[in-house]
Every structure is written in C-alpha cells, then in structure tokens.
Write a protein that binds this ligand. Sequence first.
Ligand code: HEM
Length: 408
Amino acid sequence: GTAGPLPPGCEAAPPVRDWPALELAGTDFDPVLADLMREGPVTRIRLPHGEGWAWLATRYEDVRTVTNDPRFSRAEVTRRQVTRLAPHFKPRPGSLAWADQPDHNRLRKPLAGAFTVGAMKRLRPRAQGILDALVDGVLRDGPPADLVERVLEPFPITVVSEVMGVPEADRERVHAWTRQIISTSGGAEAAETAKQRLYGWITETVRARAGSTGEDVYSLLGAAVARAEIGEEEAVGLAGPLQIGGEAVTHNCGQMLFLMLTRPELMARMRERPAERGPVLDELLRWIPHRSTVGLARIALQDVELSDGTRIPAGDPVYVSYLAGNRDPAVFPDPDRILPDRDPNPHLAFGHGTHYCTGAVLARLQTELLVDTLLERLPELRLAVPAEDVEWRRRTMIRGPRTLPVTW
Ligand code: HEM
C-alpha cells in the first residue's frame, strides 16, 4: 500500500484502518468511527483520497490538546498530499482554515467585530425579518412544504449576505452561485464554474470597497487591503468560506429539526419549556453527527505525546474527531443519549482552539431563531412522510436531510 514507514520506536503502532465515506442513514453515528473509538484513544486511518495514513485522536482531552497546541500545523498540510476525504485539494491563500499563528490572527483581525456577540445582537431583528418572510411564504402556500427548500437553505444564505454586505442587486446571482457550489446534484463541473464566478465577484467587491467605512465584511476586508494589513488575494480567500459557510446551518438545523420531529418527547420538551431551549440546543449540537469522517488534518512540527502515551513523531499528519470527542464518556456520561438536562455540556460542535468556528455565534443565532420561529408559527408542525422516507444527502462533507417534507 501507500502507507508510510512505521514511526521509529512505535513497533506497536495500531493498524491502519480504511475509513470509507459511508452512506449513512439519518442521524446514525458512523460505525467505523465507533469501532475506532473502541480500538483506542489514538488510532491510524486511511481516508478515500490523498496519500498514506494519518493518526486519529478521538478522546475529548486529546482533541483539545491537538487543536490548541502550536506544535500542530495546518499550513504544513498544504504542502503535502495527506490522506483525506475530499477528492480535490486547492487551499487558497488567506483561508483561515489553513493558516497557523501568527498569520491566523493577522487574517482574522479585519473580521473582528463582524461576528461578535454584539454584532449578532444588532443583526437579530434583521435576521428575524428574513425568516418571518420565508415562513409567511410557507403559510401562504399551505401544507405540505419542504422545510429545506423553503426555509433551511434560503435563510442562512440570506443572513450571511446581510453580514457580508452583498448589495440587494447582486443577491440573486450570489445566492445562485452559492446554491450551485453546495448542491450535490449539479455535478462537480457546475460547482467549479460557480465557484470561479463567485470568487471573481468577491474580488471586484473587495476592490470596490477599498475606501469604505462600512461595518459589513466586504467593507472591512476592502479597508484592510487598502491599509496593506492583508493582501487582496488573502481577502478573497478569507471571504469565500464565509460567504458559503451558511451551508453548515442548513444541514445542522436539518438534522436538529428531524430529531425534534421524530422524537415526541424532545418536541414536547421544546414546546413546554420554551425559556429553557438554549441548553437543549447545545445538547443537540453535541449529539448531531455534523459531518462525514473528519475535517482537515494537522501536521506535528515536533514530537508530541498524547494522553495514553502515544508519541506522534514530527512530520506525521493527525486528525481529530470533534464528533468522537463529543461522545467521550469521561466528559459526557451516557454520551449516546440525548439528555436535555445535561450540565455541564462543554461540547466541541464548533471545534476548539485557533480554528474554532468563525461563524459559531452567527450559527447559534440562526439555530435559535429557526427553532423558536418554526415552533411558534407552526404549532402543529410534523413530518408529512414516515421518518424512514426522509431522504439524506449523499457523498457530502456535511450530513443532513436533503428534503424535510412537513405539514401542520
Ligand atoms: C470552522 C462547525 C457554521 C465559518 C468550523 C469547524 C467546525 C465548525 C467544527 C472546524 C474547526 C477546526 O478546523 O478545527 C460549524 C457548525 C456550524 C457552523 C456545526 C453550524 C451549525 C458556520 C457558519 C460560518 C462558519 C455559519 C460562516 C458564516 C467557519 C469558518 C471556519 C469554520 C470560516 C474556519 C475557521 C478557522 O479555521 O479558523 N466550523 N460551523 N461556520 N467555520 Fe463553522
């Protein structure tokens, strides 16, 4: 095979396990990941693309160590062909996901202020307005409706455009490209074309806002480029993932609503104690299997020892699984059950450390608005098909229902 040599002094290194991207049903936990967790805290995996194998850390403590330790580098991964889930691999300059410190701080600085709790508070009434308009449409047309198509997809895309500062006149185009990029049905070529158009549009927009004093993200980036704090290419690389990032909300909330619609006790709890929904949302964020396999690797710059004594030699790639960390019984007793009263709940749904999700507060705001608004305005909300007939996304990084047919 293509596996590299065993690390020196690691004769007893665990076997390299193939981890295919399974077509998982519903919100099932990936059985391969469950096996890997049983095998040990630190194992070795080979994903469908890239080369060789990588270490995998699944314990909560190790996940936090690896993600918060500068001895593990993202930038280094861009110079290699590490085993990975994605077939294509084209990291862009400026992308937060591939930057190490101190670059990561420099790139993030222009965004400071745009995604804070304060900024999200100011955004709230506008986001509520966007959502209300979508739900008005659903009510006007009457049941049944596909919640994904009518609400879960357009809502985050529109809210993100509001934060980014996409002008009204450009929204239709920008949203169409975004949908093409994230859709699985249009094919890889259509997605690539849409991506090129979107990035071209972002370049023009950042350039046009060089002198802007606005608080929207494109103005902040344009001004930072004008002050030479970041390059124009970096500004575009920063903006792209943010413009597309709403997708995560669509699918995560899709899974969340599916859970509420198929677990009557969960729905009853949400309806009966609306003031206490916050902690339940966190418990669902902890439990939801947000993604397929694992995200982006890191590479050890020095030898690092993990909790069970496993030594990760310098140069080796490492993955963490936030999903596994969220099911670590040492931190979350009875981890496979959804316990609405779980407390404390220090979950890792938005990651940890330097690469903690930029959009976490925005995602949280949208999740709250979606659940509150749908429950309030559709008191009889229920699935319009048997749970088994709900279709799920296939061959994607982020898991979620493809459609969510509901009635009320
Ligand atoms: C990174 C989860 C929504 C933008 C991440 C990471 C996770 C995550 C687990 C990776 C941390 C790592 O690489 O170690 C989620 C979930 C969401 C969500 C569960 C919704 C429920 C969003 C939204 C945006 C966004 C709405 C933007 C509008 C980003 C960006 C990164 C990121 C830019 C890369 C950050 C970095 O590497 O520094 N997210 N996310 N996410 N997310 Fe999110």
